[in-house]
Structures are given as C-alpha cells and as structure tokens.
Write a protein that binds this ligand. Structure first.
Ligand SMILES: NC(=O)c1ccc[n+]([C@@H]2O[C@H](COP(=O)([O-])OP(=O)(O)OC[C@H]3O[C@@H](n4cnc5c(N)ncnc54)[C@H](OP(=O)(O)O)[C@@H]3O)[C@@H](O)[C@H]2O)c1
Length: 263
C-alpha cells in the first residue's frame, strides 16, 4: 500500500521542475516531457534553460514547455516565479525541487560563507518554494511535493560537513510535511539519490561507489512518483546499505565508512 497517491499517468500533468538547467533536474525534465507532461523548467542559468527547451520535444500537440529563471535563495524571485506559474496554470500537479549545491567541506577547510550559501540553497530554498506554493496546494487539495535530498542526509559522511546536515534536515522536513498534508490529499516525496554522474559530482576526487547516470536517476524518480512512494531512494544496492549502516553502533559505523569510501 503506497504512502502517497500514485501518479498513474504523467500525460497532461502540470510539473514544475526547479533545478532543471543541468544534471538530475535536466534528465527529469526529459523524462516528464517524454511522458506528455506540461513542464515549467527553472534554475538561475537562463541560457541553459533555453537550450534545454530547444532540445525537448513535446509528446503531443497539447503538451507545453515553459522556462522561467529563478534563484531559490531570493524571496522576491521565488514569489514572482510562483505567481507566474499560477498565471499560466490554474493548478499544479507536481513540484519537483531538485536545486542544490554541493561543496566538499571537511573540518580543515570549514568556511562559514560557503556553508551559509549551501544552507540557503539546499534547505531554505525548498522551504521558501513550498511555503509560497502552500496556499495554492491547500486550495486545490491535491498535488505532489517532491524534494531531492541525498543519502548523505542519512548519517554523517566525509566531505559532507555542511551538505549532509542540509539533506538530513530536508528529510526531517519532508517527514513532518507528510503528516500535515496527507489529510489534505497532498502527497510528499523525499528523494535520496546515491552517487549520480553530474557536474556536481565531477568535482569529487574520491571513489564513488555505485555511480549511476542522471537518466537512471530520473527514471528512478519518475518510477517512485508513479508508485506513490514517500521514500524514493536509489540505487538500492547503495542506499539500502547506507540505511543499514545507520542502525549500527557508531564504532562499527565509522570504521565501515572509512574502509568503504576509502577517505
Ligand atoms: N549528483 C549526485 O550524486 C547527487 C546525489 C545525491 C543528491 N543529489 C542532489 O541532486 C540535486 C541535483 O544535483 P545534480 O547532481 O544534478 O547537480 P547539478 O547538475 O549541479 O544541478 C544543480 C541544479 O540546481 C540548480 N541551482 C543551484 N543553485 C540554485 C539556486 N540558487 N536557484 C535555483 N537553482 C539553483 C542549478 O541551476 P543553476 O546553476 O542554473 O541555478 C542546477 O540546475 C541536488 O539537490 C543534489 O544535492 C545529487
């Protein structure tokens, strides 16, 4: 029995993807458009969004593709964007929040300003978007909020001194949101990818176990939404292993992480 309402068919669904200019978000835009969804694609880099629109081919004559630049750390920008989306669409079926930044940080290079930017983008960003859309979602009494977290949110990992806590908080935020929105017919999904090959992970200088492509990630996200899953995590061989690690005693956990990630 799924925790959320399954999306049996994306055809003609209104899907707003935030963070679609590259990586996982771009692949999700392609996945949705191939299934006949109407999409708004957003991020800061407008030129990349236009390039993506030129590559995306709507499945049928009724499907539409719009792009709209926004900065999730800027309140005015988000409020304006939400207003614009709701002028074009009278309802929203799915908001897929993919935006995120990752800067590898360890105690030796702990920088507060970089940390603040990461918290603003990865945690306050989704909170800003969700709070801005809440009146509309509560009015329509249906829809899906899907937030991209990370397996790095499960427990502390090397290089994730700030990134990990932003994703752990997003997981907790999604759980709390689920309780509140379920009675209103609104679904909440937390998406926890393992390593995915994108511009963000190209900067990693360590071995990334179970690395998958952005297309495989988009496929897992689409399938998870279709099935109504709350907890969409992948690839399972890696995400299940990390879920298991977090129930171990700390001594064993730290030893295994060091051995497994070779850092
Ligand atoms: N790749 C992985 O292994 C992996 C694993 C777990 C979780 N994730 C998560 O997956 C999501 C996508 O990551 P990715 O790997 O696909 O990285 P990516 O290619 O760097 O994509 C990040 C997206 O976020 C957007 N973004 C960043 N800051 C923004 C802002 N202030 N306002 C609006 N949009 C902003 C970027 O667009 P602009 O720069 O154009 O604004 C871009 O579209 C992130 O939340 C990341 O934490 C990734």
């Amino acid at each position: 029995m799924p925790l959320n309402i399954p999306i049996a068919d994306f055809n003609n669904k209104n899907v707003w993807i935030i963070g679609a200019s590259s990586g996982i978000g771009e692949a999700c835009a392609q996945w949705m458009v191939h299934r006949g969804a109407n999409v708004f694609i957003s991020a800061r880099r407008e030129e990349l969004l236009h390039l993506l629109v030129s590559k995306l081919k709507p499945l049928n004559n009724t499907a539409s593709i719009h792009c709209l630049s926004l900065d999730v750390t800027d309140e005015n920008s988000v409020h304006k964007a939400v207003g614009h989306v709701l002028e074009v669409w009278d309802h929203i079926d799915v908001v897929l929040f993919v935006s995120g930044i990752y800067t590898p940080i360890r105690a030796e290079n702990f920088d507060y300003q970089i940390s603040k930017k990461m918290v603003q983008t990865n945690l306050l960003g989704p909170m800003l978007v969700v709070s801005s859309l809440m009146p509309q979602l509560l009015k329509q009494q249906f829809g899906h909020i899907a937030l991209v977290g990370s397996v790095a949110g499960y427990s502390g990992l090397p290089q994730s001194l700030v990134y990990g806590p932003t994703k752990a908080a997003l997981l907790n935020f999604s759980e709390s949101l689920y309780y509140d929105l379920k009675p209103h017919g609104i679904s909440v999904h937390i998406i926890s990818p393992g390593f995915v090959k994108t511009p963000a992970t190209d900067q990693n200088d360590f071995h990334m176990p179970a690395l998958i492509s952005a297309q495989d990630a988009a496929n897992a996200i689409g399938q998870g939404l279709s099935k109504g899953e709350f907890d969409i995590h992948f690839p399972k061989r890696f995400s299940l292993f990390l879920k298991f690690l977090r129930i171990l005693p700390y001594g064993l956990y730290f030893w295994l992480i060091k051995k497994f990630l070779k850092v």
